[in-house]
Design a protein around this ligand. Structure first.
Ligand SMILES: Cc1cc2nc3c(=O)[nH]c(=O)nc-3n(C[C@H](O)[C@H](O)[C@H](O)COP(=O)(O)OP(=O)(O)OC[C@H]3O[C@@H](n4cnc5c(N)ncnc54)[C@H](O)[C@@H]3O)c2cc1C
Length: 464
């Protein structure tokens, strides 16, 4: 078992914390890490691929369990689409295992680098959340090691309370050791995408709402630099699976080699260098230029076919793109609002960002529906994710603005997702989770982790 002391960062490179890093490769080694933590009176948190934008996988002065060493796919049954894998297995490994057999993960994040353990702990959503729910709804069973030493198996029928609390539980009740999931049948390696522009926030949200039932996935890009009558303009990508027979050669399009993203742009320029060329544009003027050019380019309504990987993992096209934000990194702020209040609340937030001279450089919208998980972030409405550049001398101002956003969201009956926001306080969390939910979670925490061994910086921020 590897151990060392290191400074770890969040995905956006806007936070960091010194920790002891332990890389277990077996459940026994996780158990050993719990013993070390108890002996040294340290707290402990699991880390998957470290793709959370906030402090979910950091614990200052504690032990971080790097789960990436436990990444074997232990069972795959292509006749029924059931996969079992260790928690450090990435979504990339999963889709590459199943796609050629005509299956695809039912829910994926916007990057394929995330691990199953991280995806369950956050209960990730995809661009199909309004239809397929979060990833937890496709988990048939998982096993986990609790800090008490108990190894448990959970499914909706067995230990149901822990099933619905550990999925979404931010890694604070136990460590996932194995996950069994149902994949989704596909009949082609391609998707059919309708791309069309939306001129303002009202049209944007109406298109998501009206379009969603007719498609398998829907997602919007929002130009966070547009103002006035164009506030909230952008482009919608509404996407559907191909039916059996629509793709003349599905065996070919479902090959992994026809899904993977090319390593070079135009066959020449290495994508890994692209972020250096993006850096000079990461300021208000550059972001306005890029967003405006993108909007103009999106004015042509068109339909095209795209591989599953290219559609879902657009952000992976530019490896290390987050470095283009410079030394201070970025903060992603994602709010979830009911469909009745979203437009007014986001109008207020976008206008506030312009008044402060702190526009979002990238905005992404999605359609959602509620789910049964204890720490759910979803609503019957929409989400808007906004990326903000962190400039050292304006960091405090940005923090104050995001606190203002929190107030607007709470007032509008919204929720937050703790794979993202890094400024939200315990008081705000209590308001949207509600006292009953927090009490239920804390009761389970006492049962699974009576000595409070599992603790992340996020947990300290929102629960203590
Ligand atoms: C470019 C990008 C796009 C994204 N797109 C989306 C999206 O579309 N939808 C979405 O929902 N999210 C999205 N995310 C967020 C991401 O999916 C979540 O933050 C996810 O939790 C990251 O997984 P990870 O393996 O990196 O986990 P980490 O960030 O390392 O950890 C996340 C949480 O999981 C816990 N954890 C990790 N492993 C275990 C384990 N074995 N047992 C118990 N707890 C564990 C950690 O303690 C922590 O609380 C995106 C992130 C990025 C960087």
């Amino acid at each position: 078992m590897q151990k060392n002391f290191t400074q770890l960062e969040n995905f956006g490179h806007s936070l960091s914390a010194p920790s002891y890093l332990i890389k277990p490769t077996t459940t026994d080694e996780i158990s050993e890490a719990f013993s070390i933590a108890k002996k040294l009176e340290l707290t402990i948190t699991a880390r998957g691929a470290g793709r959370s934008y906030n402090d979910a996988a950091l614990v200052g002065g504690g032990i971080v369990l790097d789960m990436c060493g436990m990444n074997a796919i232990t069972e795959w049954d292509p006749s029924i689409g059931l996969i079992t894998a260790q928690p450090g297995t990435t979504l990339e490994q999963v889709w590459q295992k199943v796609v050629a057999d005509g299956w695809w993960p039912p829910v994926v994040s916007g990057t394929m680098t995330t691990t199953l353990g991280g995806c369950l702990a956050a209960n990730i959503h995809g661009k199909n959340n309004y239809k397929m729910g979060p990833i937890g709804e496709h988990v048939v069973e998982f096993t986990a090691l609790l800090p008490t030493g108990a190894e448990i198996t959970c499914s909706p029928q067995r230990n149901g309370d822990l099933f619905y609390a550990m999925i979404s539980g931010l890694g604070m009740l136990g460590i996932f050791t194995s996950v069994t999931m149902q994949m989704k049948r596909i009949h082609s390696g391609l998707l059919s995408v309708d791309a069309f522009p939306v001129r303002n926030l009202h049209e944007h949200l109406t298109s998501l709402l009206d379009g969603a039932p007719n498609y398998n996935y829907i997602v919007g890009w929002l130009d966070g630099t547009a103002r006035g009558k164009s506030l909230g303009r952008g482009q919608i990508h509404a996407t559907r699976y191909l039916n059996e027979g629509e793709d003349p050669n599905p065996q070919e399009t479902m090959k992994v080699s026809n899904q993977v993203l090319p390593p070079r742009i135009f066959g020449v320029f290495p994508k890994s260098l692209l972020h250096y060329f993006m850096s000079p544009f990461m300021n208000n003027l550059g972001a306005w230029g890029i967003n405006t050019a993108k909007y103009i380019a999106s004015l042509r309504k068109h339909t095209f076919r795209q591989s599953h990987a290219a559609f879902h993992f657009l952000l992976d096209y530019v490896p290390n793109w987050e470095y283009s934000y410079g030394r201070g990194g970025l903060i992603q702020y994602q709010s979830f609002l009911p469909k009745e209040t979203a437009e007014d609340a986001w109008q207020e937030m976008l206008q506030l960002s312009h008044r402060n001279g702190l526009p979002t450089y990238l905005g992404v919208t999605k359609r959602h529906r509620p789910d049964k998980f204890l720490l759910t972030h979803a609503v019957d409405g929409f989400s808007l994710a906004m990326d903000f550049k962190v400039i050292d001398k304006r960091r405090a101002e940005l923090g104050v603005m995001l606190q203002e956003f929190d107030k607007i969201v709470i007032q509008a009956g919204g929720r937050f997702y703790f794979a993202k926001n890094s400024e939200t306080t315990a008081e705000t969390a209590q308001k949207f989770y509600g006292e009953e939910t927090i009490a239920k979670f804390k009761k389970l925490k006492k049962r699974c982790d009576p000595k409070g061994l599992l603790e992340s910086d996020l947990y300290r921020r929102i629960f203590e």
